[in-house]
Design a protein around this ligand. Structure first.
Ligand SMILES: C[S@@+](CC[C@H](N)C(=O)[O-])C[C@H]1O[C@@H](n2cnc3c(N)ncnc32)[C@H](O)[C@@H]1O
Length: 346
């Protein structure tokens, strides 16, 4: 029944949950059907940046009817988190996922689908130069509000006073979020277990700041799950050989309306007759590093350009733009260069 309701996501499309392949924002379906991941549907709680994972235990006990998902960018924390889950036998209702919180919010979760979002001690090194990477910032918090179900709650804890002031400004001006506390934040929350970074803050004489916000019942501007497309590919002709194309390669960047694209390095693979171009693509909700492939075809002077098979490249708008711009670059190397076919979203 479940499968019939979501024909786009068959169980075979889910990556295995075994030790060989970790779940990540890059290999899970967008959106993810968590009922299929866990084997049964339940309401959802999300912790972003779970660190050593101890708060996941607390959430497991606090929400006996929910699935708990922990998202982390640190591989070391993921390993620790998984070890903790299996040591405590929590794997039936807790799942850890690799990836940035923003990518998870925008790509994995449907609007109004989370009952609780927890962020404990994000960004303890609060520096202006890290501004763009901060977890609490306008766009990320708007995504949080969009993913919370009406009545769902956002809990934020920090031991950094300047971070509390900055978060207060962002949270109090977020459409759809209402402060549950009488003040911007409080220094103590009843029954609140500590975390590693909270204890670290205590040792340093810092005071904790706790924020509790609730998603209001009014509908918010709809933020659909950011989707991928079919894999882009193109064919072109040029009198240049693959060696000549490789020789002409230099690191270059483009800034488009929706993505920053950098062609970093090119590797000639003579055995397969291809040039692999290491490419980084930064889009508002996802950053990817992948290999784009310029592949010599059997016909003379003909090449195919497509996404290489290494890793889990997701064909986002930015990846389509990156293929199109690489095609333009190769074709532009010679006056007789020509695009033959372009299966790419412009
Ligand atoms: C200072 S530690 C706090 C860990 C834990 N929550 C605690 O209170 O002890 C911050 C954690 O957030 C993770 N983190 C930082 N930015 C993140 C992001 N954008 N998405 C997911 N996790 C992130 C880091 O890897 C780190 O484990």
């Amino acid at each position: 029944l479940l499968i019939a309701a979501v024909p786009d996501m068959m169980p075979s499309m889910l990556p295995s949950r075994g030790p060989a392949l970790k779940l990540s924002v890059y290999n899970l379906p967008w959106p993810t059907d968590w009922g299929l991941v866990f084997g049964v549907d339940r309401p959802l709680v999300l912790e972003i940046g779970f660190g050593n994972g101890e708060f996941l235990n607390h959430l497991y006990a606090q929400y006996p009817e929910h699935h708990i998902i922990g998202v982390e960018v640190s591989n070391q924390s993921l390993v620790k988190g998984e070890a903790r889950l299996s040591a405590h036998g929590l794997g039936d209702r807790v799942q850890v996922v690799y990836g940035p919180g923003l990518t998870a919010l925008a790509h994995l979760f449907l609007p109004d689908s989370l009952d609780h979002i927890v962020v404990n001690n994000p960004d303890p090194w609060f520096k202006t130069r890290h501004e763009g990477k901060r977890l609490i910032q306008r766009d990320t918090v708007d995504w949080m509000a969009s993913r919370l179900a009406p009545g769902g709650r956002l809990h934020l804890a920090t031991d950094v006073a300047a971070y509390a002031h900055m978060s207060d400004e962002v949270l109090s001006s977020t459409a759809g979020l209402v402060n549950v506390l009488p003040e911007g934040w409080v220094h103590e929350l009843p029954d609140r277990p500590s975390t590693k970074y909270q204890r670290r803050g205590d040792r340093m004489g810092h005071q904790m700041a706790y924020f509790v916000y609730e998603r209001s019942p009014e509908p918010l501007p709809y933020r659909p799950v950011v989707q991928e497309h079919t894999m882009p590919h193109a064919t072109l002709t040029t009198p240049l050989t693959l060696d000549q194309i490789a020789e002409a390669f230099e690191r270059h960047n483009y800034r488009t309306a929706s993505a920053d694209i950098a062609y970093v390095q090119a590797y000639l693979a003579t055995k397969t007759g291809s040039l692999l171009v290491e490419t980084t693509i930064a889009e508002p909700t996802i950053q990817q590093t992948l290999a784009l492939m310029i592949l010599a075809r059997r016909e003379p002077n003909a090449y195919m350009v497509r996404v290489g098979g290494i890793g889990h490249a997701r064909p986002t708008d930015g990846v389509h733009r990156a293929v199109a711009l690489l095609v333009d670059w190769v074709v532009g190397l010679h006056t007789e260069g020509q695009v033959v076919s372009l299966k790419v979203r412009r």
